[in-house]
Design a protein around this ligand. Sequence first.
Ligand code: GDP
Length: 362
Amino acid sequence: AQNSDATPKPEQNLRSPICCIMGHVDTGKTKLLDCIRGTNVQEGEAGGITQQIGATYFPAENIRERTKELKADATLKVPGLLVIDTPGHESFTNLRSRGSGLCDIAILVVDIMHGLEPQTIESLNLLKMRNTEFIIALNKVDRLYGWKSRRNAPIQQQLEQQSRDVQNEFNMRLTQIITQFKEQGLNTDLYYRIKPKDMGETYFIVPTSAITGEGIPDLLLLLVNWTQKTMVEKLTYSDEVECTVLEVKVVEGHGTTIDVVLVNGVLHEGDQIVVCGMQAPIVTNIRALLTPHPMKELRVKGTYLHHKEIKAAQGIKISAQGLEHAIAGSGLYVVGPQDDLDDIKEAAMEEVGTPICIPQRD
Ligand code: GDP
């Protein structure tokens, strides 16, 4: 890395893509997240999966292991995948008025038995508005009458194993759903049927079951392959801090803290930061940069690790003075030595003026 003559390979400096899960209530967003987290979280080291603040981190090694049945001799160039833990926080793709949204890619979950539902369409509109890439998980395939399951199996092969009746029902429902997407102005198809020339024009559909794990290898591989293939620039690590506030929370011993996702750049203890406040911008200094202790449940109290600095992409808890009126969904700005504080305050507050439409869950 010290050799400045060597042209750095872009992949050496890619950050993890950030993914969120969206869709209508009861389509299986929470279950899908649990399923991709799998038992690995409890088993600890095995999967190398780490629980972060508001997010789960999947190292490339874990993804490689879980997708090996697909034999997709993929070179994983990104260090891993960061999945936001709060499905239903569709608002986060919407709230930011400046810069890019929080998520690089979304999983839009559709229940194969129900097709497109009102919040599916709301999610779609948010994704279009924010220009966010997404992959469709056509979930609950195990509910097709007569479906034969095999845990965590890749989906194409699994579909081929089904009886004629199951295949017919699957095809009928798939065709209906493709038509519904078409009515929303989108071309979609089973991901493995899409020809290379249509990629980028036609959205990927991955049939999944969050109960049996079928199709999950496909989903993981697509998320990683597609982001590292099409978003090299966006995923190239930069020093400019890009950071979004997920939640504002009181934590015993820390006062009011903010949970943030650091999308790009580095945060340091002591950094001067600006976040959007209810009435006025909040200017403060980072007192502590916290992450959960590995392998401890997030909700257990007093189990945070302190860091001098943290590099993107990660979910972090920040403790600082004066965060009581911080607004979730807004950006966090770092004041650098060259920066004009007033400009940054103005930038931070611009987000309040954004029309906010938060799709309500339930
Ligand atoms: P959310 O509201 O989108 O987060 O949906 P949940 O994850 O809470 O799931 C709603 C219901 O559907 C729960 O009862 C889940 O157990 C069930 N469910 C979710 N995914 C699947 C699936 O793939 N197959 C089946 N059979 N049930 C599922």
